[in-house]
Design a protein around this ligand. Structure first.
Ligand code: PRX
Length: 635
């Protein structure tokens, strides 16, 4: 489960049934890989031809300014054209696009026609507020249908959305608004979580005070709690949709394939989060192809990606790809165990979900309640399962396979990143599986595990994960900081021109890839990506803390938890009360997911001669390993 005790069996095979293989869009993985390898640009061009374009591209891939690659150059499109506009002209207008259930039990569903209208209304409201092509709109809300409308509305008018996960704090939101220089913020009064309300608007208010770029705020009423509304700045969504400007017809902006669609902030090795930029053209091609082939989406499916729209998984596989494919998606607002640990299983039964895509941390969390909860429900509608976010430990994999999938649903363990936009290492339904391995690269992708010098590692040897050629949904840059894009992803193997993913991995004798974990200062807590620098700067912003270092320590349930080491300012005493205070401080500064499981007060921190904190020494100490035995530890 962790990078330390990672020794999964590499000879445990699970084979898909003939029925699964025959049903699949791609029954023969090897054949498609061969086709893609023969001419990968032609392969992607063929996929792009499945979609609608206002004008066709003249160049599939332009590498003249690498690593600033351009895809489908000269093409004119809009992802909303493919996700909505084209469907309402066909029988799909009456197909259900989105089914939504709120945590309190309320539910709604939207046909493509309704979703198109809701999006158009929202788009007209944004236009009415002066939002133009290229402007940034920040979105900070829970898992409610309006987040989908807001994202699609931005796309429709060519505005760039930047969604900040509703679990982030005031400061994290303010930092992202400042970096994006967003004009409008879309939020909600609150969100339901575990039977309680989260005060989203209250948090947003603090962030807005620190964000002079924000001119207007749209507030969706969800929980009905009392909120502060600033006259002239804050507007209720339900009032705005009654205004004459909020017509249900809205012209779609014609975009260049390479025009930005969204910025999504993610943690990196150093400093503040990076704004990963994705574009309209390549992203729509790659996300829709991967979803169609990996999860074998068909018209009669009910697809449930249980992520949050605030993360890349939600962007790509709740919002954009399923809609491009004309699929029916399900979205649930709240906690998996509320009010009882059978909530998910009950919804799968009720809605007849056919494909469930979730994260190892959620699987482990549900597994701990035992088999009786899922066994109370008819889960026979399921035909495929999926996992993402961190390595899945074989024990959780087998439980998911046996108890949820009844040994008939293959598990698609998909390795990818905010930066990749879509699945990179993943099985297709026809590929035999090994629990804990994301198997092999998606057709057209060139992935390898290499050593420091770039030599391909032999089976069984740990190395770095690299992607050796560009792909349509690759990030285009780091917003406002192209140098950081080069430094972070392209400098490690600059000579070869490979993308450095920041993960360690190994291949086995069958060519299957086993992702081990991050090799940089990124910690995955419950699948969420956090930078040590973010948590450390949160800690030192407290007056009692002079210096701080944080590490990730393996945890049964959450994959990793955070341990923090703090040197205090003279005069402060390290006691339990201060530990609590610091945890509360982090909750506000960064967000609840960043709260350390343990804070230790120390007199000094192990450092290199150049003054860099040696996190691996701290990690060895935390795990009770001899400090001399550091050879197996990542930095
Ligand atoms: O370390 C890898 C891990 O998650 C990182 C990317 O995190 P993020 O950008 O937040 O995107 C998560 C959802 C796509 C990767 O560098 N990771 C993601 N999926 C897997 C994984 N590790 C192992 N197996 C996976 N299936």
């Amino acid at each position: 489960m962790s990078e330390l005790d990672f020794s999964p069996p590499t000879s445990e095979w699970y084979y898909p049934s003939d029925e699964i293989i025959q049903h699949a869009h791609v029954p023969d993985y090897e054949a498609v890989v061969r086709e893609a390898e023969a001419d990968f640009e032609a392969f992607w061009a063929k996929r792009a031809e499945q979609l609608e374009w206002y004008e066709k591209w003249h160049t599939v891939l332009d590498s003249s300014d690498a690593p600033f690659y351009k895809w489908f150059v000269g093409g004119k499109t809009n992802i909303a054209l493919n996700a909505l506009d084209r469907h309402v002209k066909t029988w799909r207008r009456n197909k259900v696009a989105l089914i939504w259930e709120g945590e309190p039990g309320d539910h709604l569903s939207f046909t493509y026609w309704r979703l198109w209208q809701e999006t158009n209304r929202f788009a007209n409201i944004l236009r009415g507020m002066g939002v133009k092509k290229g402007d940034r709109v920040m979105i900070y809300m829970g898992r409610i249908p309006e987040i989908v409308f807001a994202m699609l509305a931005c796309a429709k008018i060519g505005a760039i959305h930047s969604v900040v996960y509703g679990g982030f704090s005031e400061q994290a939101l303010a930092d992202r608004i400042a970096d994006a220089q967003a004009k409008v913020l879309v939020t909600a009064d609150g969100a339901w979580l575990r039977g309680k309300t989260v005060n989203l608007k209250e948090i947003a208010d603090v962030a807005i005070q620190r964000s002079p770029s924000i001119q207007s705020v749209i507030v969706v009423k969800r929980t009905g709690q009392e909120v502060y509304m600033e006259s002239g700045r804050d507007f209720w969504y339900h009032d705005l949709i009654n205004l004459p400007i909020a017509s249900t017809v809205c012209e779609t902006e014609v975009m260049d394939a390479e025009d930005p669609l969204f910025i999504l902030y993610t943690s990196g090795t150093t400093g503040k989060p990076k704004g990963v930029v994705h574009t309209h053209g390549g992203y729509q091609v790659y996300t829709s192809t991967t979803l169609e082939w990996v999860f074998d989406i068909k018209d009669d499916d009910r697809w449930w990606c249980a992520a949050d729209p605030g993360w890349i998984t939600g962007h790509s596989y709740i919002v954009y790809a399923p809609l491009i494919l004309g699929a029916t998606s399900f979205m649930y607002e709240g906690a998996p165990t509320y009010p009882y640990p059978n909530r998910w299983w009950k919804m799968i039964e009720y809605y007849g979900i056919t494909i469930l895509y979730t994260a190892p941390t959620a699987i482990r969390g549900l597994m701990r309640f035992g088999d009786a909860w899922p066994e109370r429900h008819d889960l026979s509608s399921l035909r495929l399962l999926g996992s993402v976010g961190e390595p899945i430990n074989p024990e959780a994999w087998r439980w998911f396979y046996r108890v949820i999938g009844k040994e008939k649903c293959p598990i698609m363990d998909t390795w990818w990143q905010t930066e990749t936009g879509g699945f990179v290492i993943t099985p297709l339904p026809s590929v035999p599986l090994k629990p804990g391995s994301a198997t092999r690269p998606f057709p057209g992708m060139s992935v390898d595990v290499v050593d420091e010098e770039g030599n391909s590692c032999p089976p069984g040897q740990d190395g770095y994960l690299v992607i050796k050629r560009p792909w349509p949904s690759m990030l285009r840059t780091v917003y406002g900081d192209p140098q950081r894009y080069i430094d972070q992803y392209w400098s490690r193997y600059a000579e070869q021109g490979w993308y450095f993913a920041g993960d360690s991995a190994r291949k086995d004798e069958d060519g299957y890839i086993w992702v081990i974990g991050r090799v940089d200062d990124v910690i995955k807590v419950s699948g969420y990506r956090l930078g040590t620098a973010e948590v450390e700067s949160g800690l030192v912003s407290h007056p009692a803390v002079a210096e701080a270092a944080v590490i990730g320590v393996p945890d049964e349930l959450r994959g990793n938890v955070i341990y923090a080491y703090c040197i205090l300012v003279q005069g402060y005493e390290g006691n339990e009360q201060l530990e609590q205070e610091l945890k509360e401080h982090i909750r506000h500064e960064v967000g609840p997911i960043a709260v350390p499981a343990k804070i230790e007060f120390v007199q000094s921190l192990p450092k290199t001669r150049s003054g860099k904190i040696m996190r691996r020494v701290l990690k060895a100490r935390a795990l009770g390993l001899p400090e001399g035995d550091l050879s197996t530890l990542e930095g």
